[in-house]
Design a protein around this ligand. Sequence first.
Ligand SMILES: C[S@@+](CC[C@H](N)C(=O)[O-])C[C@H]1O[C@@H](n2cnc3c(N)ncnc32)[C@H](O)[C@@H]1O
Length: 212
Amino acid sequence: MSQDGEMTKKKFLDSAYELDSAEKTRDFYKEWAQTYDQEITDNGYASPVRTAQALVSCGAQLDRPLLDIGCGTGISGVFLKQSGFKELHGSDFSTDMLALAKGKDLYSRLHHADLNNPFDFVEEQYQTVTAIGVMAPGHAGPQLIESVLTLTATGGLFGFSMNDHTLDDPGYLSEIDRLVKSRKMRIRWSEYGDHLPQIGLNSIIMVIEKLG
Ligand SMILES: C[S@@+](CC[C@H](N)C(=O)[O-])C[C@H]1O[C@@H](n2cnc3c(N)ncnc32)[C@H](O)[C@@H]1O
């Protein structure tokens, strides 16, 4: 207890960037789930609103379902809904994070799924897919981009964030370069700006379009 009687809450943000296996990541989010929204909001989490606005600026189809991969507790869904997306589907491999997303009542479908496995739950191709705060060491590797292209309709958009820790690994940008050069996709939006401004962490928000 602190002097004013408030229980000192454990902080997780710093250790989020030290995860190096899917197992550790799942355990980590199990512990963090209940305080995630508060801690991340206190630090000015900006990537969800930046991604949502970038997608709208690129002409995303707001009336068609959007798949939010790694939706977590649904903070990303809050900003996607506010930006006009009418129907959200979500997926995550943490049941604790998903339970909180369910409570927000933003997603019409929620799937318990590991993004490193095939996306078997996907029944039809999406016009819009997002992965916000998900492309990161210990979370999703660069290979996620090509697997998302298999879920995305031709001309559809994939919006995602890559924070400074992600960008320290050259594998993400070189995979993007490879997929652009092989004409599987083109970049519609790329902007560097705030991710968690209270800890001085930035991110690139990128929107790519799947080519036929
Ligand atoms: C930083 S949180 C972002 C959550 C949400 N998109 C947001 O913006 O608040 C990362 C999420 O990715 C999920 N995640 C990490 N690795 C995953 C994996 N291999 N399969 C599915 N979800 C994963 C975690 O469970 C967590 O909910």
